[in-house]
Design a binder for this molecule. Sequence first.
Ligand code: LIP
Length: 263
Amino acid sequence: MIRSALMNVMTAAALKAGRGLKRDFGEVENLQVSVKGPGDFVSAADKRAEQTLFEELSRARPGYGFLMEEGGAVEGSDKSHTWHIDPLDGTSNFLHGIPIFAISLALEREGRLVAGLVYNPASDDVFIAEKGQGAYHNNRRMRVSARKTLAESMVACGIPPLGRSGDHERFKIELAAAMAKVGNIRRLGAAALDLALVASGRCDGYWERGIKAWDIAAGVVLVRESGGFVTDLDGGADMLAKGAICAGNEAIHRQLLEVMRKA
Ligand code: LIP
């Protein structure tokens, strides 16, 4: 287990925000049948969770900067630390009453991601990792899977939603290329959890384009600290800036990247 002061701060903030999301998720299920639908309620829930994270982390670590899905960038007096926050990754799942969503929280220090936490309040799954200290799922050490071939692999991906038309053609080409080689492909709808599944060895690989830095920052730390590999889709380290990501155990990451390059 990681018993650092930093991880205590991150866990306490996430659990507090998660309690609110859990309550709100129950309400969303009732709103499915209302005429207005749960849209406005969900965006309020999203903002409330972000506010809780912002307040808790500001109190515990005054001066750190923030990059948040809802509130954008908040510059801190301490220029070497920035929190990356997605209070509700998998918003569409949450909106539709599907219990696959998460709080994603990462800390960047001097330009490097040093800690990550992904928490699904619906299932009470907590994934944490700190640079050099390993990664844990509900207090148990995580390792990436040992599968060596794509044909025996379970690979997660992200499908660009309606409205990102340019991305659709490219995705169809990449999906066709992956389907020709990969045993099973999943689209779960929450990038932070896709990466947590790779880190914990449940999925062997994952790729997605058009993703935001706050969706993946925490998961990047989880995968690395579980012994996995994570890059952008050109094999470089610019996944946060490019919004394109490929992750997996060493063998699957390499092969999946190759499939995407040739697609
Ligand atoms: C979501 C991502 C998911 C992606 C969705 C969406 P959000 O993030 O986690 O992988 O495919 O389009 O961007 O918007 O729920 O935080």
